[in-house]
Design a protein around this ligand. Sequence first.
Ligand SMILES: Cc1ncc(COP(=O)(O)O)c(C=O)c1O
Length: 412
Amino acid sequence: MIPLRPRPPTGLGAAAIGPEEEAAVLDVLRRRELFRYYGNDPAHPPQVTATLEREVCERFGVPFALAVSSGTAALEIALGAAGIGPGDEVIVPAWSWISCFTSIVRCGARPVLAEIDGSLCLDPQEIVRLHSPRTKAVVVVHFQGAAADMLAIEHLAHRRGLFVIEDCAEAPGATFKGRRVGTWSDAAIFSFQHNKPMTAGEGGLVVTRDLRLYERAVRLHDLGLYRAHHSTITPACEPAFAGGQYRMSELTAAVALAQLRKLDTIRDHCRSLKARIAPRIQALPGLELRPLADPEGDFGFEIYFYTRTPEQSAAFRQKLDALNVWCQQRTGTYPQYRRDYVKTGLAANPRLSPFRDLSPWPAPGYRSEDFPRTEDYSSRFVALPLGWRTTLEDADYIASCVEHVYHQIDAR
Ligand SMILES: Cc1ncc(COP(=O)(O)O)c(C=O)c1O
């Protein structure tokens, strides 16, 4: 028997909240300037959101960053800024977060679901299989800390004239071939929701190298306006159009900025935990670590391994849980075709649904039987979440528990 330890703590950015976030929020409150575009002195608007955007640009090496109200808003803004709309198709992995699908529907475009590969990210070859004359864009999700194969994706997508959006909500701070995720594509989005590596409870970000896209994103997030602050970054040259209201407040930006400055430290800690556990899993024949496009670039906050059968992975989860080791199967992600909004195929108004002409519904491409590889991978993995407060001793305990259960259930 293995001596039982308490369940190791998890949590990423939220677990690292400390005096820096407190001081930053108090500063905004004490100045009584909560709105980013004007405060007490019209000549000197508050600067926290602007500083967050500037530091993102500096750290990521991108010219334009726009803070917004959530990662979902950022997706809708990036798609809208790229001009995606009715009649267009957007390729998106079937294994992805809710808003990767719904943001496309809300632009009026049709999400085209793609298979994942063993990395649990988009299989690049799906761009070849699913591309049609209506395809305008690809949404790439860097799933749970690790990058998709951006070299292959960029090559295949750009040869076909497709716009590429990196969804970095689950992988800020991760890199691919030494370059940060979010810098490989035409536009990228981030989320600061509570569970994320850097958090402000809610919040998001759009980054891009394209000044026209930046201006359109600004207009989309602020009622169609392009205020003076943004003109100092790049002058307006796009016509005004009707936008939404997805601005970030100075309070949110204060927390996000403090967290941005901690992001790489949290990542390095997670990587050191992963380095203790992964080689011990790799040494167990019959188990396969999630094969990553760039293992070096993984943020490292969740270790995935595959068993040979779904039954083995279920047995692993049950026995690891009994040993106080966290091991979720899904971490919030389900195949899109299992979600209710795909089963109904509806938009808020049925006339806005991009599926309204497809009958019977669910049509091919939106049913579980159309995704044998996604079904296979998602039924055989075990996920081990790690976090900012997970210690090296916890990591050793997790690895010992995996070895213990492996022998118990004979997972060779
Ligand atoms: C891959 C991915 N994209 C987008 C989002 C949406 O972010 P938010 O919750 O900030 O709207 C999430 C959040 O969980 C996510 O995991």
